[in-house]
Ligand binder design. Structure first.
Ligand SMILES: [Zn+2]
Length: 805
């Protein structure tokens, strides 16, 4: 059954080559409409989200959306996506989640472009997935006796989300039967009646993983009108508040802190909250919206990194607890945070949520996507290298990232009761319908955020009075708006938008100027003595790719930057915490750093932190910064928080202090230079019961937090064997005192002597001390590992740091 009107199919190559012709064709093309739901939500959306074929972005964001489709979604191996279903069990416990996430993202991408190859792939994968459903409705990757213990309700969640999205947008209702059978199986398996299982026990994180199936169960209820699915949703909300449940809503209403909800696991919690908002839309229970607003405020005020990342070790931590490295910024969290803001924007129509969308998209989301769209990062940290991966193995984030990009056209521009709302500024065209169905086309001409001028041409089908609401970003104190050359007053309404209400006629032009200026943020807590720089909405970073060795030191400066000799990123600092002293200037980005037409780099004054490449310490040199979204795009090291010179630096207490280790080993370096790239090792071909890495201080210092950076993983050792206990933190309270154990690195993985638990070089572990301690020396002690050579054992360390807060 295909009840949907579709526009002519077009291939992506043609869109770019004969854009003008196709733009005309698009104007006349029939639009895609969704299969209507049987249940009308109790809460009407304040902003109408758009079917993605209405909005085509062609600027920086548009380019990233295009490569997400062309180089990622179209190219993913269908056999790999279906593998765990065709041959159970899947290769790992959550392998089943990828195909549903792919179906969701790929459906939205296909609606956006009409790409025929992607549609064929969608039809095939949806049909093949449904074929893998078992007689009783089960569509997970587990064998029967292992069912419902860890990640298979979770996989059903994503299969429901993916297939329901496919059904509603393509009009092919065949997979709806499979969705109902999945829903029925969940209803028959889990519940409070005797003989049914407890859903809290069907997965991890205090039951937040399995109960996040709330979101598609609400959608299934609205699409089918079957009340048993709504009853199941109500059961989930009751389960949340049981004594052994995560108590999501009650905790957010009372404590108003996400780190106090269950175990604080960010991806699963935000997934539950996205379901809760869908439930609120359906039933109108206002305390659920209040709980979600409390969560949002808490995250924005206390738990959001500069770039829009919202966790480390995948968990929400205490207030302002923002280490730069330590499994920071899981991409699944980035995408569910984006979805959370998009939901709140639809429901409330308030610009503050669109501000967060711009922030997370232009920084953390684009920063997690490799510039060519083919690969994604799992943890995208504030410094280091981007851990891009182009397959799906073991990484939940690799199928989450593409969903974030594919959702952008649904909210970039929207309609509401008053007219049109512009949420994101990217070049492109939007064909929208006001609520009275009159069509209005908006053409945006800009190189924002590479340029502050944004020109929007408004083309209503006929002259008519309505509002165009513009989002003046909170970061922008100096904006101007002109309509047809006449200056408009900027005044935010209660919803946060500046509304231009007038009789609009074809060709009316809005000229918006969002003054792009540099801003400097002084670091606090673990970033004391460092600064970070913004340019308009963009977080900037230093990148080794742009750290040319000055010619005066014999550095070879090739015409092509990729051949230029570079300084190590840890050799540089910025000379002052005052922006004016840094002489900030914009420049066009050089190749191969230039990833789009408006790409820029930003020059500031830099200094050397230590003698390097024939330069003395504190030598001046130019420093080029790059948007975080593009930083590390060529595999180089980057850094958001830039240290001040040593006399102004007050962060890491162990910087450049005197260091020692249990065995000299064969690889030199320093563990006190804030350089996670180089490691010291204890390798000497011999056995040892214990190894340690120590730092001695001249004066005792108060230590509240310790960071241990793992050095390197070799085939024959390099890590600590944690099988008989995690590595220990030891201190000397007086210069001649004995070492005392004060804590363990509890986050250190469960390694053995032979198994490194796949630890990467530079991977870091933080210990927050229960009681701060005043120490003269500190060390990390543990049992060295042997890998594949049991005749010897050794360990390694990249960095040891300590902080007073
Ligand atoms: Zn993930």
């Amino acid at each position: 059954m295909n009840q949907i009107l579709r526009g002519p199919k077009r291939s992506k190559a043609k869109v770019s080559s004969v854009a003008f012709f196709l733009a005309l064709l698009t104007l006349n093309a029939a639009e895609i409409s969704l299969i209507p739901e049987k249940i009308i939500p109790a809460i009407a959306d304040r902003q109408d989200f758009q079917v993605p074929d209405r909005t085509h972005l062609t600027g920086w964001v548009g380019q990233r959306i295009d490569v997400n489709e062309a180089n990622r979604l179209v190219k993913l191996d269908a056999t790999r996506l279906l593998e765990g279903y065709r041959k159970r069990p899947g290769r790992q416990s959550w392998d089943g989640e990828h195909v549903g996430k792919w179906l969701h993202a790929a459906t939205l991408a296909w609606v956006n472009t009409g790409d025929t190859a992607l549609r064929e792939k969608l039809d095939s994968i949806a049909a093949e997935l449904v074929k893998c459903q078992l007689e009783d409705g089960y569509l997970g990757t587990y064998i029967e006796k292992e069912r419902w213990r860890s990640w298979d309700v979770w996989a059903h969640k994503y299969n429901l989300i993916g297939l329901l999205t496919y059904v509603r947008y393509t009009g092919n209702t065949a997979p709806l039967t499979a969705c109902r059978r999945m829903g029925d199986l969940l209803c028959n398996t889990f519940g409070e009646e005797s003989g049914k299982r407890d859903i809290l026990k069907a997965g991890a994180h205090v039951g937040m993983a399995p109960t996040s199936v709330l979101e598609p169960m609400v959608l299934l209820y609205r699409l089918t009108g079957e009340t048993r699915y709504l009853d199941f949703c109500k059961y989930i909300l009751r389960a949340w508040e049981k004594p052994d449940g995560p108590k999501i809503i009650s905790t957010l209403l009372s404590a108003k802190r996400v780190d106090k909800v269950a175990n604080g696991k960010a991806y699963e919690m935000l997934s539950c909250l996205n379901g809760a908002l869908e439930y609120y839309r359906t039933t109108g229970e206002s305390e659920i919206l209040q709980a979600c607003l409390n969560a949002w405020q808490d995250i924005v005020d206390h738990r959001l990194y500069l770039t829009g990342a919202a966790s480390y070790w995948e968990v929400f931590h205490g207030d302002y607890d923002f280490p730069n490295v330590n499994n920071v910024g899981e991409t699944c969290v980035t995408v569910t945070w984006l979805q959370f803001n998009a939901q709140l924007l639809r429901l409330t129509g308030e610009a503050r949520f669109a501000d967060q969308l711009e922030h997370v998209i232009l920084n953390q989301l684009l920063g997690a996507q490799r510039c060519d769209g083919a690969a994604w990062g799992y943890y995208v940290q504030m410094e280091g290298t981007k851990p891009y991966s182009s397959n799906l193995d073991g990484h939940c984030c690799l199928s989450s990232g593409p969903r974030g990009l594919a959702l952008i056209p649904t909210f970039a521009l929207a309609t509401d009761a008053d007219g049109i709302v512009v949420n994101l500024y990217d070049a492109g065209t939007a064909h929208l319908h006001l609520r009275d169905h009159m069509s209005v086309t908006l053409k945006t001409d800009t190189q924002y955020p590479g340029n502050e001028r944004i020109r929007i041409t408004v083309e209503p089908a006929k002259t008519k009075s309505f509002a165009v609401k513009l989002r003046i970003p909170a970061w922008c104190p100096r904006a101007t708006i002109e309509v047809n050359g006449h200056v408009e007053r900027i005044r935010a309404d209660a919803d946060g938008y500046t509304s231009i209400q007038r009789s609009w006629k074809r060709g009316d032009q809005i000229s918006l100027r969002l003054r792009l200026e540099a801003r400097l943020v002084a670091g606090d807590h673990m970033n004391q003595g460092k600064v970070a720089l913004f340019y308009g909405p963009l977080v900037l970073a230093a990148d080794e790719a742009l750290l040319a060795k000055p010619a005066s030191t014999g550095g070879k400066r090739a015409a092509d930057w990729s051949d230029t000799e570079r300084l190590p990123i840890n050799a540089i600092a910025v000379p002052s915490p005052n922006l004016a002293a840094l002489k900030f200037t914009e420049e066009a980005a050089p190749e191969p750093i230039k990833t789009w037409a408006g790409a820029q780099v930003f020059r500031v004054r830099g200094v050397t932190r230590k003698p390097v490449a024939a330069l003395r310490r504190d030598a001046s040199l130019p420093l080029h910064l790059i948007p975080f979204a593009d930083a590390g795009g060529t595999g180089t090291h980057y850094k958001v928080w830039l240290p001040l010179p040593r006399e102004l630096y007050t962060g890491n207490l162990l910087l450049d202090a005197q260091e020692s280790r249990s065995r000299h080993g064969n690889l030199g370096g320093s563990i006190t230079d804030e350089d996670f790239q180089t490691a010291v090792v204890t390798f000497d071909g011999k056995m040892a019961a214990e190894d340690w890495f120590a730092v001695q201080l001249d004066e005792p210092v108060l230590i509240k937090r310790v960071l241990f950076g793992h050095g390197k993983t070799f085939h024959d050792g390099g890590w600590f064997d944690a099988s008989a206990g995690k590595p220990r933190i030891q201190v000397k309270l007086s210069k001649d005192g004995a070492w005392e154990t004060i804590a363990e690195l509890t986050d250190y993985p469960s390694t053995t002597s032979k198994d490194s638990a796949e630890m990467d070089g530079g991977e870091s572990f933080i210990c927050n001390l229960a009681t701060p301690v005043k120490a003269c020396a500190i060390r990390v002690t543990g049992k060295p590992a042997c890998g594949d050579n049991p005749q010897q054992a050794f360990s390694s360390c990249a960095e040891l740091q300590a902080f007073s807060e």
